[in-house]
Write a protein that binds this ligand. Structure first.
Ligand code: NAD
Ligand code: ZN
Length: 388
């Protein structure tokens, strides 16, 4: 990669292109925006490429409640290069290749110092602010000078963005940037859920509800852990062939189960339930089905899907008494600064397989086409390339 020089822009606002969500459910609009310089603990980065996750799609349609905000710059799976740094920024310098991540790690709070989880007491509870340390203060303005909302502390659908250091991971420049972008959300979430949350053992049986990029990353995690049987559940029959490349051994299409519930079919296939199930769709009814697919006594369900309408789930209290557990996870339980470099390393050692997840590559300007592809189930991940 050609080394960029940013000395002329440091400390000044940058004008660049961004894809703005002006109204729920409408196409994004390409506009020229202003990106302010980073403040203390912040870094301004030039995005090299970004992909699109189902969470972006969910938020693009969300039309009410505190999480629905317009105008907004979505996007949270991306790789960039550091253009400039604010005060009090250690460990990042101009030209570093970086991965912005929606999940924070302050490295100082009780939770960040504990190996028990990837929770960050300092920051994780705040989903609503634009910037981590400055509340609703935004670094983006449109051409009429109005603030534009950030998204999950990343906002990658713009040529430049500003990210807090708690959301930034320096990565090896050896990994191709479009592969690295997937570590910003789907791959880390899926592989991490198997590795850190479920801690799947060799020889286990696994059911994965939803074979999008997150579900396929769960399959890859299960393959790395030596799972014996990996059942994929998806309504899209095309996902079955694709899933085989990621170590899916058996398939269930809920539309073809007749009178039987998916959980009953899985119980029959596994003599009483799988050891681990993962919900990677975002539907409360399937979180319940995933729970009922596990083995009484020891089965564990991990919810990764973000419920598309924030619906509650309902579990049989006796089913719970029978010794099954269920939990949810953000970012697959990974501590970004600690665990992403491990995944990069495993990719470079050819242990972690990321082939086949990127099915499309388009120019940034074609972003609405990428939304359509994902919404229609015709892509796993579509990479959008910024102009270099
Ligand atoms: P995706 O759109 O790429 O894939 C979803 C898959 O589910 C598709 O293959 C689709 O055919 C299948 N599907 C949809 N409805 C179904 C149904 N009723 N029955 C069976 N299969 C069905 O999505 P993705 O980008 O892989 O994301 C999956 C979920 O994970 C989303 O809810 C997303 O918001 C969430 N997510 C959560 C985290 C986290 O930190 N927990 C991180 C990333 C994504
Ligand atoms: Zn995501």
């Amino acid at each position: 990669m050609e080394k960029a020089s940013f000395s002329s822009t440091q400390g000044k606002p940058i004008r660049c292109k961004a894809a703005i969500l002006r109204k729920a459910g409408e196409p994004l609009v390409m506009e020229e925006i202003q990106v302010d310089p980073p403040r203390a603990y912040e870094v301004r980065i030039k995005i090299l490429c970004t992909s699109l996750c189902h969470t972006d799609l969910t938020f693009s349609k969300l039309d009410n409640g505190p999480l629905a905000r317009f105008p907004r710059i979505l996007g949270h799976e991306a790789v960039g290069v550091v253009e400039s740094i604010g005060e009090n920024v250690d460990g990042f310098k101009e030209g570093d290749v970086v991965l912005p991540v929606f999940h924070p790690q302050c490295e100082e709070c009780k939770d960040c110092k504990s190996p028990k989880s990837n929770w960050c007491k300092s920051f994780t509870n705040d989903f609503l602010s634009n910037t981590r340390r400055y509340g609703m203060s935004s670094r983006f303005k449109d051409s009429s000078g109005e603030d534009i909302y950030h998204f999950f502390f990343v906002s990658s659908f713009t040529e430049y963005t500003v990210v807090d250091i708690a959301h930034l991971v320096k990565i090896s420049p050896e990994i191709p940037v479009h592969k690295a972008a997937l570590l910003g959300c789907c791959v880390s979430t899926g592989v991490g859920a198997v590795w850190k949350v479920a801690d799947v053992e060799e020889g286990s049986t696994v059911a994965i509800f939803g074979l999008g990029a997150v579900g396929l990353a769960v399959a890859e995690g299960a393959r790395l852990r030596g799972a014996a049987k990996v059942i994929g559940v998806d309504l899209n029959p095309d996902k079955f062939e694709i899933g085989k490349k990621f170590g899916i051994t058996d398939f269930v299409n809920p539309a073809l189960c007749g009178e039987k519930k998916t959980s009953q079919v899985i119980n029959d296939m596994t003599e009483g339930g799988v050891d681990y199930s993962f919900e990677c769709i975002g539907l409360a009814s399937l979180m319940e089905e995933a729970f009922n697919s596990t083995r009484p006594g020891s089965g564990k369900t991990v919810v990764l899907g973000m419920e598309q309408k924030a619906m509650p789930i309902s579990l049989g209290s006796y089913d719970l008494l029978r010794g099954r557990t269920i939990c949810g996870t953000l970012f697959g339980g990974l501590k970004p600064k600690l665990d992403i470099p491990i995944l990069v390393d495993r990719y470079l050692k050819k242990e972690l397989n990321l082939d086949g997840l990127i099915t499309h590559e388009l120019k940034f300007e074609e972003i609405n086409k990428a939304f359509d592809l994902l919404a229609e189930g015709n892509t796993i991940r579509c990479i959008l390339w910024m102009d270099t």
